[in-house]
Each structure stands twice: as C-alpha cells, then as structure tokens.
Design a binder for this molecule. Structure first.
Ligand code: SF4
Ligand code: SF4
Length: 93
C-alpha cells in the first residue's frame, strides 16, 4: 500500500558528492521537507509534505539536488520499468 503511494510521490534526489552542505535548499523549502544532519548535509525528512515547487533544485548552487515531479510523467516511466521487471520474472509457484 505504502509502496504504491510512494511511486506517485515526488522524489528528491540529493547527490552528496556535489553537495557542500550550505543549507540553502533546506532554508528555501517552504514545506519543511528537507532537514540537515549534524554535518549540515541535507536529507529528505518529510517527503509526504513536498509540494513539488522545485525551489530546492533551483536554489542549489551546485546542482546537487533534483526534484522528480509527479506530474511530469515519471510515474509512467516507473510503471514501464515495473512492467519490464515483471515480464522477466518467472510465475509464482
Ligand atoms: S520541491 Fe519544494 S517542497 Fe519539495 S523539497 Fe524541494 S523546496 Fe521543498
Ligand atoms: S543547496 Fe545544494 S549544495 Fe547546498 S546543502 Fe542543498 S544540496 Fe547541498
């Protein structure tokens, strides 16, 4: 049940190798989705609150964060991937 809901949610990817822990993304997030760990690196604390505004991606000076919006067809791509996986899976039993 939760997995189905997660597929439809916006996904936030943080590429830590490029992140300098400046905190801009967390500071600009209007929905409190992002938080920072002890070292200052951002992480997705409350993904269900994301409103897909894209501000974190726009404001990141190092292109270290990407927003995969639920209304941009990612759901369909994901479902195609699921279909391919299922086709390669032997029937149960
Ligand atoms: S897309 Fe908007 S609401 Fe979602 S994490 Fe980024 S800044 Fe926050
Ligand atoms: S704005 Fe970019 S570089 Fe700064 S903490 Fe967020 S992801 Fe890292």
């Amino acid at each position: 049940m939760n997995a189905r809901r997660d597929k439809r949610a916006t996904t936030i990817d943080i590429y830590k190798a490029w992140c300098k822990a400046c905190g801009i993304c967390a500071a600009f997030c209007p929905a409190g989705v992002l938080a920072r760990d002890e070292a200052g690196y951002p992480y997705v604390k409350s993904p269900e609150k994301c409103i897909s505004c894209g501000w974190c991606e726009l404001r990141c000076p190092d292109f270290a964060i990407t927003v995969h919006k639920k209304d941009k067809g990612f759901k369909d791509i994901d479902e195609e991937g699921e279909k391919e996986k299922l086709q390669g899976t032997p029937p149960p039993g």
